[in-house]
Design a protein around this ligand. Structure first.
Ligand code: MTE
Ligand code: MO
Length: 541
C-alpha cells in the first residue's frame, strides 16, 4: 500500500479509525477484567440496550432469533461500531479532531452505560475511560503520520518539505505537495501494527479474565448446597420480628441488597474445584480441606447480622442473612490449636487477611465457614465459594471472603490487613441504632407518624430503644420480637408530629444495661459512636 496516493491514504484513514475504535473496546474489556466483567464498555452497552428495549421489541427479536438474540445483538453492535470507526477515521485531521470527539462521545456512552448498571460502582467508569483515552492517542498518532504537520516534530522522513507556518486546515482537503511533508508511510505502518498488537493482547487478556469469572458464575448457577438436616435448621423467623408498618427495613436482607465491602478490584473467580483451605501454624495436625471434604459434613443454617466497622452513624453497612455453614470450632478442634495460640489469621485467595481471636471462634457462638447465603450459594461478591461469618465481630476481623488459608497464631506474632492500617485489633461490634423511616427530609403532615428503625448489639442483644424529639424527653420505642442476640432488632414509635422543623434522635441500650453514648467518634479505629438523628419538616396545620 502506498499511502502517498490519495486513494490509499483514505484506506489508511479508515484503518486508523477502525483500529482506534478497536483499541477502545479491547482495552476497555481488559481493564474491565480488573474491575468487574460487567463494566466492559461493549458488554455494558449491550446490557443497557437489552434493559431499555421495549418488551415488545425484545420479545420479537427473541422470537425471530431464538437463543441467538444475545450474539445477534453483540454482532449488530460490533457492526455499528465498525461503521463508526470508518467515520471516525475519515473525519479526523491533525488540526480538526472530529474523529477524536466522536470517540470521546462513544466513550461517554460506554461510561454512562457502565455506571448505570444495577450493580455498578464508580470504578465501573474506569475501563471505558482508559480505553477511550488510548484510542484517542492512537488515532491522533496514526492520523498525524498520514497528515504530518509542517515542521512538526513527527520525526520527519525523507522528502520533508520546509515549514510554511500556514494552518493545517488547508491540508485536510487540499494537497500542497511542494510546501508540506507527505504522509509518513513507515511511521503509519509501525503505528498501525502496534495498534493491532495492543488489540490482540488486550483482547486475549480480557477474554481470559472474563472467561474465568464466567466459569465461576456458571458453576455457581448449577451448584447444590449441602443439605441441612432439620435438626440443624435455623430457628423459624416469627412474624413479630418486624414492626407492623409500611416501609420498615426487612429482617432478612436479600442477597442483591446486601452491602458489599472488600478491597478486591476484581471479584475473585474461584471455583469449588479450585478451592482448598489449608489449616496450619500452631496446630497439632495440619489439615487441607477441599470442597468435597468440607461439604460432606453436617451443615447448619444460622441467621447472623454482619456489620462493617466503617459504617457511619446511621449508615447502611449492615445486613442480616441466613448463612449455611460448618462450625469453625469443629474444624479448629480437628487441627488441635496449641494452648499458646490466640489468633486465627485467615487469608483470602487475593491475599487479604483478618486476625480473629480464637476465643470468639470456639466459645460456642455460631462462627461458621459459610457456603450459602439466604439459601443460595454465596454470590461471587460475597465470597464464593467459601467465607467466614462470626457473630459479634466486625467484618474486617472475622468475615474473610474467598478464604483459602488459616494460620493458627498469636496476636503478638501476626497482624492483618486493616489492623496494619490503624484499625483496632479485636473488632467487637459496638451497640448501634438507626432511624430507617420516615425517609430523610420527608415532608410530613401533623399528627401520628410511625418512626421505625433497627438497632444491633450482636452477642449482647438490644434491651431498649428510645427516641427523642428535639431536646424533649426520651420516649420508649416498641421493640419488635428479638430473633437472637446475634441479629438486629427492629423498633417503632408513633410520634405525634407538630408543625415545624424537628430533629429526631435515637439511642439503644444493650442487655448489659449500657446506653449508647452520645459522644461522636469516627469509625476508625474501633467503630463509629454517637446517636443517629434525622430532621423532618412537618407542614403547618
Ligand atoms: N477477602 C476479603 N474478605 C473480606 C473483606 C475484604 O476486603 N477481602 N472485607 C471484610 C469486611 S471489612 C467486611 S465488613 C465484610 C463484608 O462482607 P460482605 O461484602 O459480604 O457484606 O467482608 C470482610 N471480608
Ligand atoms: Mo468492613
Amino acid at each position: 500500500m502506498d499511502i502517498t496516493q490519495p486513494r490509499a491514504r483514505v484506506t489508511a484513514q479508515i484503518a486508523a479509525g477502525i483500529l482506534s475504535t478497536g483499541i477502545a473496546l479491547a482495552v476497555g474489556h481488559a481493564v474491565a477484567g480488573l474491575v468487574a466483567p460487567g463494566s466492559s464498555p461493549f458488554l455494558a452497552v449491550a446490557d443497557s440496550v437489552v434493559d431499555r428495549a421495549p418488551a415488545a421489541v425484545r420479545e420479537a427479536t427473541i422470537d425471530a432469533l431464538g437463543t441467538a438474540d444475545k450474539p445477534a445483538l453483540l454482532l449488530s453492535l460490533a457492526g455499528i461500531l465498525a461503521v463508526m470507526g470508518v467515520v471516525i477515521g475519515l473525519m479526523e485531521r491533525p488540526r480538526r479532531p472530529i474523529g477524536s470527539l466522536l470517540i470521546i462521545a462513544l466513550g461517554l456512552t460506554g461510561t454512562l452505560a457502565a455506571v448505570t448498571r444495577p450493580t455498578a460502582g464508580p470504578a465501573w467508569a474506569l475501563p471505558t475511560l482508559v480505553g477511550t483515552l488510548l484510542a484517542v492517542v492512537a488515532l491522533r498518532l496514526m492520523v498525524g503520520a498520514l497528515f504530518p504537520a509542517s515542521g512538526g516534530g513527527t520525526g520527519g522522513g525523507p522528502g520533508d518539505g520546509p515549514a510554511t507556518g500556514s494552518g493545517d486546515l488547508a491540508s485536510a482537503t487540499d494537497e500542497a505537495p511542494a510546501s508540506r511533508p507527505g504522509p509518513d508511510r513507515r511511521r503509519f505502518l509501525v503505528l498501525a501494527g502496534s495498534a493491532v498488537a495492543v488489540i490482540a493482547a488486550a483482547g486475549a487478556t480480557g477474554v481470559a479474565v472474563t472467561r474465568r469469572a464466567a466459569d465461576a458464575l456458571a458453576e455457581r448457577t448449577g451448584l447444590r448446597l449441602p443439605r441441612v438436616l432439620s435438626r440443624n435448621a435455623a430457628a423459624p423467623v416469627p412474624d413479630g420480628v418486624v414492626p407492623d408498618a409500611p416501609g420498615v427495613t426487612q429482617f432478612l436482607t436479600p442477597n442483591d441488597e446486601f452491602y458489599r465491602i472488600d478491597t478486591a478490584l476484581r471479584v475473585p473467580a474461584l471455583t469449588t474445584a479450585d478451592w482448598r483451605l489449608r489449616i496450619h501454624g500452631m496446630v497439632e495436625r495440619e489439615i487441607e480441606l477441599d470442597w468435597d471434604s468440607l461439604t460432606s459434613r453436617e451443615f447448619l443454617d444460622r441467621i447472623v447480622t454482619l456489620t462493617c466497622v466503617s459504617n457511619e452513624v446511621g449508615g447502611d453497612l449492615a445486613g442480616n442473612a441466613t448463612w449455611t455453614g460448618f462450625p469453625i470450632a469443629e474444624l479448629l478442634a480437628e487441627a488441635g490449636p496449641l494452648p499458646e495460640a490466640d489468633m486465627l489469621l485467615s487469608t483470602s485467595v487475593d491475599g487479604w487477611t483478618a486476625g480473629t481471636p480464637l476465643e470468639a471462634l470456639t466459645d460456642g457462638r455460631d462462627a461458621l465457614l459459610a457456603v450459602g447465603m439466604n439459601g443460595e450459594p454465596l454470590p461471587l461478591e460475597h465470597g464464593y465459594p467459601v467465607r467466614q461469618v462470626v457473630p459479634g465481630l466486625y467484618g474486617y476481623v472475622s468475615a474473610t471472603k474467598w478464604v483459602v488459608d488459616w494460620e493458627v497464631t498469636r496476636f503478638d506474632r501476626a497482624s492483618a490487613y486493616w489492623t496494619d492500617r490503624g484499625w483496632g485489633e479485636r473488632g467487637p461490634i459496638l451497640t448501634a441504632s438507626r432511624i430507617d423511616r420516615p425517609a430523610p427530609l420527608a415532608q410530613l403532615d401533623p399528627g401520628p407518624v410511625v418512626v421505625a428503625g433497627t438497632a444491633w448489639a450482636q452477642r449482647r442483644g438490644i434491651d431498649r430503644v428510645e427516641v427523642q424529639v428535639d431536646d424533649g424527653p426520651w420516649n420508649e420505642a416498641t421493640l419488635a420480637e428479638e430473633y437472637s442476640i446475634d441479629t438486629w432488632r427492629m423498633w417503632s414509635w408513633t410520634w405525634d408530629a407538630e408543625p415545624g422543623l424537628h430533629t429526631l434522635s435515637v439511642r439503644a441500650t444493650d442487655s448489659t444495661g449500657e446506653v449508647q453514648t452520645q459522644t461522636r467518634q469516627p469509625p476508625i479505629p474501633t467503630g463509629a459512636t454517637g446517636w443517629h438523628n434525622r430532621t423532618f419538616r412537618v407542614s403547618g396545620s
